[in-house]
Design a protein around this ligand. Structure first.
Ligand SMILES: [Fe+2]
Ligand SMILES: [Fe+2]
Length: 411
C-alpha cells in the first residue's frame, strides 16, 4: 500500500481503501480500478490523498454498481433484522455497520448466499435418540454425560481448581499434560490479543501473568470445543458455529474491557461456550434440529424461539443444564442460561454476552447457523456501555483481534 496525492494519480491504479465522505458515505470502494472518470470524481469530492495497492482491482462505475451491490446486501440483511426495530439507535447503527462490513467483504469477492443455501439436507444418518420435550432434555443430558465424550483434561483441570490441596505448580502440570490444549493456550496468550509484555513460554509463567483462575477457565473452554466432533456436517457447519462463538467471545471480552469488575478471560470463555446447548440438541435430536432450522428460516424466528416451538425448550436451557452436568463454574452456567432472556438480565456478564451475540449475528461474522437476529433486550443496555457512538471503535478492535485469534483456533 502507498499513499498518493490526487495530482499523482493515473488511470490503471487500484484503490487500497474505501473512500468516504466526511459523514461516512462511500464514494468509491476499495478495489476500484481507477479511470480518468474516477479521478475526476475524487477531485469533485475534494479528496486530497488516497491509498493505492499493487493488487489489480475491478472496474466499477462511480455510484452505479455500488447501488446494486448495496441493494443486494440490504436484501440479504432484511430477514436477519426482521425481528428488530430499525428505528432503535443501536439497532440502526449495527445495521449500517453490517452493510458497510458486507460491502467491504463483497469488494474482496464475497457474494450474498443463495436463498435456502444454509438449510440442512436429508441424511439417512440423522436419527433422534430422544423425543423432544423438557423431560427428555434432562434424560438426554444425563445420557451425554454418561457417554463422557468430554475430554479428560477438562475434568483434571476442574478437579485441580476445586481441590484445596492444589497449587499453581500442580495446575501448570495438569494443563501442560495435554499437548494440544497447552499449545493453543500458549499461542493465545502470546497473541497481541493478550498484550503480554514479553514472550510467555510456559504454562506456569502464563498462570503467573494471567492468573490461575482465568487461565484454567481458558483451558477448559479450549478443551470443551473438542467434545463435539461427531455432529453430522450436513446438519450444522461446525466452522460457522465456532466462528460465531469465537466472535461472541472476542466481542464480549472487548465490551468487558470497559468494565473493571468483569473478568476478561472468563467472559471470553462465556462467549465461546454460550451456544453449546445447540450442539447437544444437534447431536441428540438431529431430525428435530432440521425442523428447528427450517422453522427458523421460513418464519424468520431466532433459533431459541424456533427451538421453543418445536422442542419445548431452547438451547440456553439445554446449555445451562449441560454446563451444570459438566460442573462448569456457576458464572458460566448463568451466562449460558441468560443470554436470550427477555426481561431483566440475570447478570452483567449475561447482558454482555447477549449484546455480543447481537453484534456477531447483526454484523454477519458467520453466514450459516443462527442467522435471524434475536430482538435486542433493552435492559442489557442499562448494564453495558454500548451505543451508536462507541460501536465503531469497539468493532475496529474486534475485527483485528478476530483475525489473530481465529488463525489460532482454526489455523
Ligand atoms: Fe444463543
Ligand atoms: Fe449465539
Amino acid at each position: 500500500m502507498a499513499m498518493k496525492n490526487l495530482t499523482d494519480l493515473v488511470p490503471g491504479l487500484t484503490l487500497a481503501q474505501d473512500i468516504l465522505t466526511p459523514n461516512g458515505r462511500l464514494i468509491l470502494p476499495r478495489g476500484t480500478l481507477l479511470t480518468d472518470r474516477h479521478i475526476d470524481y475524487l477531485k469533485r469530492w475534494g479528496i486530497a490523498r488516497v491509498n493505492i495497492t499493487e493488487k489489480r482491482g475491478i472496474h466499477i462505475e462511480p455510484g452505479e454498481v455500488l447501488g446494486m451491490l448495496t441493494e443486494e446486501i440490504e436484501g440479504f440483511l432484511a430477514p436477519i433484522f426482521a425481528r428488530n426495530d430499525l428505528q432503535h439507535p443501536l439497532v440502526s447503527a449495527v445495521y449500517r455497520l453490517g452493510v458497510e462490513r458486507l460491502r467491504g467483504k463483497a469488494m474482496d469477492g464475497w457474494k450474498p448466499p443463495r436463498k435456502g443455501a444454509s438449510l440442512p439436507v436429508s441424511d439417512h444418518r440423522f436419527k433422534d435418540e430422544f423425543f423432544a420435550g423438557d423431560y427428555s432434555l434432562k434424560e438426554l443430558i444425563r445420557h451425554e454425560v454418561q457417554l463422557s465424550s468430554f475430554p479428560d483434561i477438562y475434568f483434571k483441570i476442574s478437579q485441580a481448581i476445586n481441590s484445596p490441596l492444589s497449587n499453581a505448580d500442580y495446575l501448570a502440570r495438569v494443563i501442560s499434560s495435554d499437548v494440544s490444549v497447552c499449545a493453543k493456550l500458549l499461542r493465545m496468550v502470546n497473541s497481541p490479543f493478550f498484550g503480554m509484555p514479553s514472550r510467555v513460554d510456559s504454562v506456569s509463567r502464563a498462570i503467573a501473568l494471567v492468573g490461575a483462575d482465568e487461565l484454567s477457565t481458558l483451558a477448559m473452554g479450549i478443551s470443551a470445543i473438542s467434545a463435539f466432533k461427531d455432529i453430522p456436517e450436513n446438519l450444522v457447519d461446525m466452522k460457522a458455529f465456532w466462528t460465531h462463538s469465537l466472535a461472541v467471545g472476542i466481542i464480549s471480552r472487548r465490551l468487558g474491557e470497559d468494565m473493571p469488575e468483569v473478568a476478561k478471560e472468563k467472559i471470553f470463555v462465556g462467549g465461546l461456550l454460550h451456544d453449546i446447548g445447540k450442539l447437544i440438541i444437534f447431536k441428540k435430536l438431529p431430525e428435530a434440529s432440521k425442523e428447528v432450522i427450517i422453522n427458523s428460516q421460513t418464519n424468520l424466528l431466532p433459533a431459541h424461539q424456533s427451538e421453543q416451538e418445536i422442542l419445548g425448550f431452547d438451547h440456553a436451557r439445554a446449555g445451562s443444564l449441560l454446563a451444570g452436568a459438566w460442573s462448569l463454574p456457576d458464572f458460566l452456567r448463568d451466562q449460558i442460561k441468560g443470554h436470550h432472556d427477555t426481561g431483566k438480565m440475570i447478570s452483567r456478564e449475561a447482558a454482555i454476552i447477549h449484546l455480543a451475540d447481537f453484534l456477531a449475528i447483526g454484523l454477519v461474522f458467520a453466514e450459516k447457523g443462527s442467522i435471524i437476529l434475536p430482538a435486542l433486550n433493552p435492559s442489557s443496555l442499562k448494564m453495558v456501555k454500548l451505543g451508536p457512538e462507541n460501536l465503531k471503535d469497539v468493532m475496529t478492535d474486534v475485527e483485528q483481534e478476530f483475525k489473530e485469534i481465529s488463525a489460532i483456533f482454526f489455523g
